[in-house]
Design a protein around this ligand. Structure first.
Ligand code: ATP
Ligand code: MG
Ligand code: MG
Ligand code: MG
Length: 471
């Protein structure tokens, strides 16, 4: 049975409600947590409970959490399974159920509720976690040769350098030979898409401090996370997340706008995937109060929008197109996330303004970069000077990472230290001049925009406005 993404989300939340978990709606993408820029996993909003800093109202919870991961930006479209924005299906135990319950439940959900073929499933455990190994083998009945012991990179999970963490056990779905990277070493744990990691069960037992020391948490907890898009791709038997019903409407519209026939050219397909992913992420980020800026979450948003515009240009579209994708984003996921509808006008205006601003300088910046690259190639050099990257950033609005990506496509690196030095010099100049003309405050375009937009009950501006203005 090929269930829709929406059905799978509901199936998961219902299943864990039956197991006594309280269902919460997704929390914001912007966490109340100084150590993290974004909500990168379902556990983030619950961190104080794991740490024992706050007492939860319940000991069992379940969510489908909106997540953003910036470390995966460049994976988007290259792998079948990575997004910048995705939904993480999760369930949590705050000192309540532990390994003996969650492992069999996860198996029950995947094989009985969802109906995945048990013969395609594998489990991994952390090196010496015999307890988890035995539960998989004895309680679930998974043959020993289908349980892999992997190291910390795969099987010790942490939300960041400090905070709650612990060994984990992951569930892998074998998509079959034709997804393999073909290397002789390709097996469970390989980074290609054959052995697809679908669900991570984290045994949250420790807190890691700044010095890297692990101390046991007050309770043993459970934190699990499964990408809804990945689950849908397996259930719907499509080769990548972008072909699931969660993404298909966005992909189809993007293809139509940029005049691409999906499946004909991998490079063009990739560009369409990037656009589809980033537009969805951008819409959600704006809905949660983020505005384009030169630092923090706003910089990430800016980077995503500008990447969309550039990929659109690469596909030959010259006119503004981003906002035309918003109705299909809402259609594909807006029932679950009302904020996309409530904030529709804001999302549209912010996107179109940012697209317009970047469009004006993209062509000129690209010309400059092309000619600089040509110079380097003529001189058999392979490092773009930092001050060029800075001019691209400062005058043409190229996020540094965008310059790096374009250069990388041509085998060239960017002098980042030189870029930072140029940036610092400019800060110095700004400091010096602000002393002279401190009464002049330039009004940020987004502030003007905020004044114009219809009165939606939205408090993001009061916080983000000032930040965006400082830079
Ligand atoms: P991968 O190894 O594929 O990058 P991960 O080990 O980084 O995944 P976890 O941190 O264990 O992922 O997150 C739990 C689950 O969230 C994963 O098993 C996967 O289903 C999903 N997930 C993680 N990153 C992404 C992403 N960028 N896009 C979509 N789903 C993701
Ligand atoms: Mg990852
Ligand atoms: Mg992994
Ligand atoms: Mg993982």
């Amino acid at each position: 049975e090929r269930r829709s993404g929406k059905e799978l989300r509901e199936l998961f939340l219902k299943f864990f409600e039956e197991k006594g978990c309280k269902r919460y709606h997704s929390f914001s993408l912007v966490p109340d947590d100084p150590t993290l820029l974004f909500t990168i996993a379902g556990m983030v909003p619950f961190k104080p409970y794991f740490l024992g800093l706050k007492t939860p109202e319940v000991t069992r919870a379940t969510t489908s959490q909106k997540c953003v991961r910036t470390n995966d930006i460049e994976n988007v479209g290259r792998t079948a399974r990575h997004h910048t924005f995705f939904e993480m299906l999760g369930n949590f135990s705050f000192g309540d159920y532990f390994k003996p319950e969650i492992i069999p439940w996860a198996w029950e959900f995947l094989t009985e509720r969802v109906g995945l073929d048990p013969n395609r499933l594998y489990a991994t455990v952390y090196l010496d976690d015999d307890e988890a190994f035995d539960i998989w083998h004895e309680k679930v009945g998974l043959p020993k040769e289908r349980i892999f012991r992997l190291g910390a990179d795969d099987n010790f999970w942490a939300a960041g350098p400090v905070g709650p963490c612990g060994p984990c056990s992951e569930i892998i779905y074998d998509q079959g030979e034709k997804f393999s990277c073909g290397k002789p070493t390709c097996t469970v744990g390989c980074d290609c898409d054959r052995y697809l990691e679908i669900w991570n069960l984290v045994f949250m037992q420790y807190n890691r401090d700044e010095a890297g020391n692990l101390t046991p948490l007050p309770h043993k907890n459970i934190d699990t996370g499964m990408g809804l898009e990945r689950l849908a791709s397996v259930v719907q038997r499509v080769p990548n997340d972008f072909e699931t019903d969660l993404f298909r409407p966005i992909m189809d519209k993007a293809c139509e706008l940029v005049n691409v026939k999906y499946g004909e050219d991998p490079k063009r397909d990739m560009a369409v995937k990037v656009i589809s992913d980033h537009i969805r992420a951008s819409a959600f980020m704006i809905a949660d109060g983020i505005l384009p800026a030169n630092d923090g979450t706003g910089y990430v948003l800016r980077r995503l929008i500008r990447r969309c515009v550039r990929y659109g240009r690469l596909l030959g579209i010259e006119e503004p197109f981003l906002t035309k994708l918003l109705p299909v984003v809402r259609e594909s996921i807006g029932d679950e996330y009302q904020e996309l509808k409530e904030q529709a006008a804001t999302i549209e205006q912010v996107l179109s303004l940012e697209e317009e601003r970047f469009s004006r300088t993209l062509a000129q910046g690209s010309d400059l970069l092309d000619s600089e690259i040509a110079k380097l190639e003529a001189g058999k050099e392979n490092k773009l000077p930092g001050d060029v990257a800075f001019v691209l950033y400062d005058t043409f609005g190229f996020p540094l990472e965008l310059t790096e990506e374009i250069c990388e496509e041509r085998g060239i690196s960017v002098d980042k230290d030189g870029f930072e030095a140029a940036m610092e010099e400019q800060r110095e100049r700004a400091r010096a001049s602000s002393k002279q003309t401190s009464s002049v405050i330039s009004k940020n375009v987004y502030t003007e925009l905020a004044d114009k937009i219809a009165p939606s009950p939205f408090c993001g501006y009061t916080e983000v406005k000032c930040e965006a203005q400082v830079k």
